[in-house]
Design a protein around this ligand. Structure first.
Ligand code: SIN
Ligand code: FE
Length: 298
């Protein structure tokens, strides 16, 4: 199996650069791992890192681009400290991505920034929602038509506990394995799901295939156990970056992580053909219904 991670020595959030090989690696689904790139906590912030910081009924703490904090329990002072912490990570994650991939910058659309205080090994979930199973990120209600999901993760565990992932085979191998077996796209079903409000907009063939891959691989116990994969430990005080719609990943252990998602149009990639949309289009052998063509960059 190819090495699922590329280790880079960067130690400064605002001083990032990447060579063409690292950019090509992340666009090919490998994880860029920065073992020396720690996110520094101030003492009042570190004191708040307890599971009880998460408000009851919330999965994560999040800060949106307007600065609104959700999911944190505690008084106003606590809320302000948490918002400061998560906001600082949002700024640093943006600077990191800008330095690594300058050509993306004008086209990046940041999602809310999250702080995840729960222990991922103990969360109870349905098989489809269980991120301890190998998967690529794909969402049932929000079609994205091939738009990329670029994520920056940082492990802020105060006890030195690593974030443990399994990272799977290249996306093309997964798609080649399952495409002949999964249910074909039905434009009528997509229309019905949209009319019923199940999806927020019309599900394209791309979204259908990604969701089928996501669900089929998660439900395939044989695949989960036997497919090519590697266990990776992201140390406390480290950072990593991947396209989570491309990298096969499973979160097996760890607690206290921050995460920033950026959405990116396929056309803004260095190599649009390397995207899941490009790969699926090539494997299917025709343009996917309802999805934009993975245009070459001019
Ligand atoms: C995921 O994106 O599947 C979860 C990643 C993590 O919690 O480490
Ligand atoms: Fe995921």
């Amino acid at each position: 199996m190819r090495d699922p991670i590329v280790v880079l020595p960067l130690a400064d959030w605002f001083g990032a650069t990447a060579d063409a090989a690292s950019v090509a690696a992340v666009e090919a689904g490998q994880v860029l791992y920065f073992p020396r790139l720690a996110f520094a906590l101030e003492a009042p912030e570190a004191a708040l890192l307890r599971p009880q910081l998460l408000a009851e009924g919330s999965r994560n703490i999040s800060l949106d681009v307007k600065g609104q904090l959700k999911g944190a329990s505690g008084d106003q002072a606590v809320q302000a400290t948490v918002a400061g912490l998560v906001g600082r990570f949002a700024t640093q994650a943006r600077a990191l991505v800008r330095g690594l991939f300058p050509a993306y910058d004008a086209n990046l659309r940041p999602a809310p920034t999250s702080l995840r205080p729960t222990d991922v090994s103990t969360r109870k979930q349905s098989v489809r929602a269980d991120d301890r199973r190998l998967h690529v990120d794909a969402f049932p209600t929000r079609p994205n038509y091939g738009e990329r999901i670029l994520r920056v993760f940082t492990n802020i565990n105060p006890e030195g506990q690593p974030r443990v992932w399994r990272v799977g085979e290249p996306f093309e191998d997964l798609a080649g394995r399952y495409l002949p077996r999964i249910k074909p796209y039905s434009p009528w079903q997509a229309k019905a799901l949209n009319a019923l409000g199940v999806t927020k907009s019309l599900r394209s063939e791309y979204d259908h295939l990604m969701l089928q891959l996501h669900d089929t691989m998660k439900m395939d116990d044989g695949y989960q156990a036997e497919a090519p994969q590697q266990r990776v430990e992201f140390a406390a005080g480290s950072t990593w970056v991947c396209f989570s719609d491309h990298t096969l990943h499973a979160a097996m252990g760890g607690q206290y992580m921050m995460e920033q998602t950026f959405h990116l149009p396929v056309s803004a990639q260095y190599d649009p053909a390397a995207s899941p949309l490009g790969i699926l289009t090539r494997l299917v052998g025709r343009p996917l219904q309802g999805a934009p063509l993975p245009a070459a960059r001019g």
